[in-house]
Design a protein around this ligand. Structure first.
Ligand SMILES: Cc1ncc(COP(=O)(O)O)c(C=O)c1O
Length: 383
């Protein structure tokens, strides 16, 4: 029997990071010392109190059993409390909160609940690829790309967007560009979605990873007709635990929970309990020490990297959020990435985030300052 992928799977291009990983592992096999700024995976460990809590929770047999796909009530309450502390947004933990297996899972599943085959989903370009692929193409819908431009601070220009769309994904602090959005912009987004009957999915996975004096807002501070996705991955260096959340409009949350109830059985209880402990480090809007220490490390790295890249002649912004630098290399981004890889430096070609990312590359600040300096020196030689 000839086994064929379904058309929807064939429509998905190969995952760029998988291709890069393969090339990198070949170089490692050849004995090359690789400095990897590719995938946005924190190199720093999960703060000790969270790891200790997981170990403690693992000893309780109650935590070895099936969880619920919507999330344990205690976790949903902790997320609601965190929203109240952090954003001043009050949420009903039963109707307005869902626990996710990482925010990626929720971002992919929300479209299944609300987008019919053939309908249009507005996806910024460049963007986290899950919006157009895992969410849109995998439910037989049509991604419509909306360009983000450097000149507009990588903010989506709503006046230029088609209005016959069912759903919009918006993400600030933004991967890959590092751009941030303020409250006035979020209000504009809510108004546009209301006027065009478009469901607003706001990806706030980097809400806690901001620098200088910038504090990232929640879309729910400005209106409740939206669903917001968040994550413990970057806030607490917990990418491997797979824990995120969705909050917002009760109907949107109900749809997402219904999809999830048919697909997964929820995040492991011991991880949810550790997540509760992590979120409870916040006692008000300010970042607790375990988060601030992390952000301070990234901010220092950002300063070293931006300074170094500018010395190499690149026009690099000083990002106010995320741990990504996204800058124009004035040439084919794959070629540039390939040349850097030959020197043992991994960068991600901007085209991997959409056609509009062509000409740019992304570097994740996931290496210590000494390695950043070493990489800059190798880049200088390669240029
Ligand atoms: C913009 C954005 N949203 C969501 C995610 C998913 O994060 P997680 O599934 O670990 O919560 C990522 C991961 O890199 C991301 O960059």
């Amino acid at each position: 029997m000839a086994i064929e992928f379904a058309e929807r799977l064939k429509s998905i291009p190969p995952y760029l990071f998988a291709e890069i990983e393969e090339k990198v592992s070949k170089k490692i096999d050849q004995g090359m010392d690789i400095i990897d700024f590719g995938i946005g995976d924190p190199d720093l460990p999960t703060p000790a109190p969270i790891v200790e809590e997981i170990k403690r929770q693992l000893d309780d047999p109650e935590n070895h059993r099936y969880p619920t796909s919507a999330g344990e009530r205690e976790t949903r309450i902790a997320i609601a409390e965190w929203y109240s502390n952090r954003f001043g947004v009050e949420l009903n933990p039963d109707r307005e909160v869902a626990v996710l297996l990482g925010s990626k899972e929720g971002l992919a599943n929300i479209a299944r609940a609300f987008v019919n085959p053939g309908e249009k989903v507005l996806c910024p370009d460049p963007a986290y690829p899950v919006y157009s692929q895992g969410a849109t193409l995998l439910c037989d819908a049509q991604p419509v790309k909306a360009p983000l431009y450097d000149n507009d601070d990588f903010l989506l220009n709503f006046e230029d967007c088609p209005s016959d769309t069912r759903m919009l994904f918006l993400n600030y602090p933004n991967n890959p560009t590092g751009a941030v959005a303020d409250g006035a912009y979020l209000m504009k987004a809510l108004r546009w979605c209301n006027d065009t009957d478009t469901i607003l999915c706001y990806d706030n996975a980097y809400s806690e990873m901001t620098f200088d004096d910038f504090v990232a807002p929640s879309i729910l501070q400005y209106g409740r007709q939206a669903i917001e996705f968040g994550s413990l991955s970057k806030t607490f260096n917990m990418t491997g635990y797979r824990l995120g959340y969705a909050v917002g409009d009760a109907k949107l949350i109900a749809g997402l929970k219904k999809v999830k109830s048919q697909i997964d059985s929820g995040a492991p209880k011991f991880i949810q309990k550790a997540a509760v402990a992590a979120l409870r480090h916040y006692h008000g809007g300010r970042r607790p020490k375990i988060v601030q220490d992390n952000v301070d490390v990234y901010q220092k790295r950002r300063d070293v990297m931006v300074r170094g890249l500018r010395k190499l002649g690149f026009n690099v912004r000083m990002p106010k959020g995320t741990f990504y630098l996204f800058f124009n290399v004035e040439c084919d981004s794959m070629d540039f990435a390939s040349r850097m890889l030959d020197m043992g430096v991994v960068v991600t070609p901007g085209v991997g985030f959409g056609q509009n990312g062509e000409g740019f590359v992304r570097m994740a600040l996931t290496q210590p300052a000494e390695r950043i300096e070493e990489a800059l020196e190798r880049m200088r030689k390669a240029l």
